[in-house]
Design a protein around this ligand. Structure first.
Ligand code: CO
Length: 170
């Protein structure tokens, strides 16, 4: 089921998401709904809090290079993630389904190694020094109640907030 995505500055995006303890049918439905919602909005990643569920759950599905498809079996389902290694720096232009049509350069670690649990509660490990590393950092930030524009410089952030208020008549 496609669920509604919270749009910045919805206060719920600031909630610190809680650790998942039950790897049950409710969690599996949440993960399946997150995939459908992400695909419907043409995203590459989604955190549970973006659909209003404050649990440490995120998904990432990077489109195939050849045809841009995002089959469900390619979805990385990450629960209770923990950074084991963070190294180097890189800058990448990021976007977010909670901030439609905003793309800004953000400085991130170049390489990360993350321990997490899969939908059955099994411990897994993922590492990347590529776009996946950026996506992991972006989504884990959501679990901690933050969005990517909080990483912008003071000046850039001010400019963004002004434009955003105007666009959404806040
Ligand atoms: Co996001």
């Amino acid at each position: 089921m496609v669920r509604e995505i919270l749009i910045y500055p919805d206060k719920r995006l600031q909630i610190l998401s809680e650790e998942v303890k039950a790897f049950d049918a409710t969690l599996h439905t949440l993960l399946d709904d997150m995939y459908e919602t992400m695909i419907a909005r043409k995203g590459v990643g989604l955190a549970a809090i973006q659909i209003g569920i404050p649990q440490r759950v995120l998904i990432i599905n990077l489109p195939h290079d050849e045809d841009g498809t995002q089959p469900k079996e390619n979805t990385l389902e990450v629960i209770n993630p923990l950074f084991l290694v963070e190294e180097g720096t890189t800058t990448y232009q990021e976007g977010c389904l909670s901030l439609p049509n905003i793309y800004e350069d953000v400085k991130r670690f170049k390489y990360v190694k993350v321990e997490y649990q899969d939908r059955y509660g099994n411990k897994q490990m993922v590492e990347s020094d590529d776009f996946l590393a950026i996506a992991l950092q972006h989504e884990i930030e959501h679990l901690n109640g933050h969005v990517f524009i909080e990483n912008l410089s003071f000046i850039k952030r001010k400019k963004f907030e002004k434009e955003w208020r105007k666009k959404y008549k806040l």
